[in-house]
Design a protein around this ligand. Sequence first.
Ligand SMILES: Cc1cc2nc3c(=O)[nH]c(=O)nc-3n(C[C@H](O)[C@H](O)[C@H](O)COP(=O)(O)O)c2cc1C
Length: 201
Amino acid sequence: MKKIIVIFSICLLFAGGINAQDIKLPAPQTTGGMPLMEALSKRQTTRTFSNRDVDRQTLSNLLWSANGFNRPDRRTAPTARDRQELELYVALSTGLYWYDAKAHTLVQKSKKDIRALTGQQDFVGVAPVNIVIVGDTKKQDVEKYYYLDCGYVSQNIYLFCASAGLITVARGLFDAPALSKALELPRTHAIVLTQTVGYSK
Ligand SMILES: Cc1cc2nc3c(=O)[nH]c(=O)nc-3n(C[C@H](O)[C@H](O)[C@H](O)COP(=O)(O)O)c2cc1C
């Protein structure tokens, strides 16, 4: 009987396309939070990261705010010509993940902790979450557009952090070739920005 249950569970995992190491995020909490004017008043860059972890619900809310689907086929951040060309990679202590926004799931790409590789400032290896924002240049071939589109995602992260009591830093300072290699990005994908999220000491 035990054997049958194990085989059935494995079949279910494969049928759903979810690996054991993937993180199926809880549904985002899309109501409440801080009033917008208050969040704008508090939006700022802060670099005093502690190693305090971010729980699953907060991670869910953060990624949904950043670039999740707020309509069946549209997202919280706009994109020029609606190309939706930005992909979010998330470096956590448990590994590297790609944010599958449709499934609201973190798909594990590697079990390695590559947080320190996502930037050149000490806090990147300490903070629990480093987001790497990548442009698919096949979907959006006008460079200025994927840079501009990225700004909306970054500001969504800033405002969510202000509202949720988290701190964040948008980071243009990173070693693009090394990070592209760590992410195993194809040539068609360009890293636009990185952003660190966590709690202050
Ligand atoms: C595109 C962009 C790139 C940035 N790159 C870095 C960076 O590599 N490292 C860093 O510590 N801060 C970085 N920042 C944060 C800025 O230094 C910060 O936004 C600026 O000092 C203004 O502070 P404020 O965000 O609190 O208004 C970046 C900000 C932006 C918008």
